[in-house]
Design a protein around this ligand. Structure first.
Ligand SMILES: NC(=O)c1ccc[n+]([C@@H]2O[C@H](COP(=O)([O-])OP(=O)(O)OC[C@H]3O[C@@H](n4cnc5c(N)ncnc54)[C@H](OP(=O)(O)O)[C@@H]3O)[C@@H](O)[C@H]2O)c1
Length: 242
C-alpha cells in the first residue's frame, strides 16, 4: 500500500503483506469500554466475529462476551491484535504506547482516540496544534496502516443513528489515513454499519474531527460534515501555552 501523502515522517509501506485481505471476517478490538463494546455489538450484528480485549485480562470480560454471544471471544490485547483481519484500537490516549506493535504489523488499525488533557495529561504538541492523536499512534505502530474512525460519535449513537444505504439524512462519519486503502476499509465498514463517510485526507488533517471542532460528536449528514470540516480551526501555536 503506497502512502498517499506521507504526513507522518518515518511511516513507510511495509512490503509484501496485504493490509486488506479478501474475506475479512474477524475484527480484533483493543479496549472494551464504551466504544470497544459498542463496536463489537454492531460488528457482530452485521456478521463479523470479534476478539476483544482490555487491560485487566480476558477473564474480566466474561459478562460482556456472554452478552455478545458465540461470535465474540475475550483475549489479551496481543491475541486480539493477532486475530483481527483488521483491528480497532480504542483505549484512552494516555495508554496508546501500550498497544502491541508486532502483531499489528501490516494490518489496518482503526483508531478511535481523542485527546482529553483532563484524562490523558498535557501533551504539548497536541495543545499547540502541531500533531494529531492518530499521527502519534501511527508513529507507534510504524508498520501498520492507521485510519481514524468512530472518534466523533458517542458510543450509544453508533446503534441509534445507523441507517441503510441511501436513507435520507444518513449520518456521516469521518475517516483519515495516510493510506488510501485503509481509509477505504473504514468507509466499507461504516457503510456496513449504517453510516456515510467523509474522507478528511491524511492523518495530519484528522484534528478537524477532534474535540472542540464543529464536526465533533454532532449528528450530521455528509454535506453537513463537509461544511463543518471546512469551519475547523486549529489553535495558533504561538498563542497556546503548553
Ligand atoms: N465514549 C465515547 O462515546 C467515545 C466516543 C468517541 C471516541 N472515544 C474515544 O475512544 C477512546 C476509548 O473511549 P471509551 O469511552 O471507550 O473508553 P473507556 O470506556 O474508558 O474504555 C477504555 C478501554 O480501554 C482498555 N484499555 C486501557 N488500556 C489498555 C491496554 N493497554 N490494553 C488493552 N486495553 C486497554 C480498558 O480496559 P480496562 O478497563 O481493563 O482498564 C477499557 O476496556 C478514548 O480515546 C475516547 O476519547 C470515546
Amino acid at each position: 500500500m503506497q502512502p498517499r501523502s506521507p504526513s507522518v515522517p518515518g511511516v513507510g509501506n511495509p512490503a509484501g503483506r496485504s493490509p486488506v485481505p479478501p474475506g475479512m471476517t474477524t475484527i480484533g478490538i483493543i479496549g472494551a469500554g464504551n466504544i470497544g463494546s459498542q463496536v463489537a455489538r454492531v460488528a457482530i450484528g452485521v456478521g463479523y466475529d470479534v476478539v476483544i480485549s482490555n487491560s485487566r485480562g480476558p477473564e474480566t470480560l466474561a459478562d460482556l462476551v456472554a452478552e455478545l454471544g458465540p461470535k465474540a471471544k475475550a483475549a489479551t490485547a496481543e491475541e486480539a491484535a493477532a486475530a483481527g483481519d483488521f483491528v480497532v484500537v480504542t483505549v484512552p490516549l494516555k495508554n496508546y504506547q501500550e498497544v502491541p506493535v508486532e502483531p499489528l504489523a501490516g494490518k489496518v488499525v482503526i483508531d478511535t482516540n481523542n485527546y482529553y488533557f483532563e484524562r490523558d495529561g498535557r501533551i504539548p504538541a497536541l495543545d499547540r496544534g502541531l500533531d494529531t492523536t492518530s499521527g502519534m499512534l501511527q508513529r507507534h505502530l510504524v508498520e501498520s496502516f492507521v485510519a481514524k474512525g468512530f472518534n466523533h460519535i458517542f458510543a450509544a449513537d453508533i446503534t441509534t443513528d445507523a441507517l441503510p444505504v441511501g436513507a435520507e439524512d444518513r449520518r456521516a462519519l469521518a475517516t483519515a489515513s495516510d493510506f488510501e486503502e485503509a481509509a477505504e476499509l473504514v468507509q466499507r465498514f461504516y457503510d456496513e454499519l449504517g453510516f456515510d463517510t467523509v474522507n478528511v485526507g491524511p492523518l495530519a488533517e484528522s484534528w478537524r474531527v477532534e474535540r472542540d471542532q464543529p464536526a465533533y460528536v454532532v449528528r450530521q449528514t455528509r454535506s453537513e460534515l463537509v461544511e463543518n470540516l471546512a469551519k475547523a480551526q486549529r489553535p495558533d501555536p504561538e498563542q497556546t501555552v503548553a
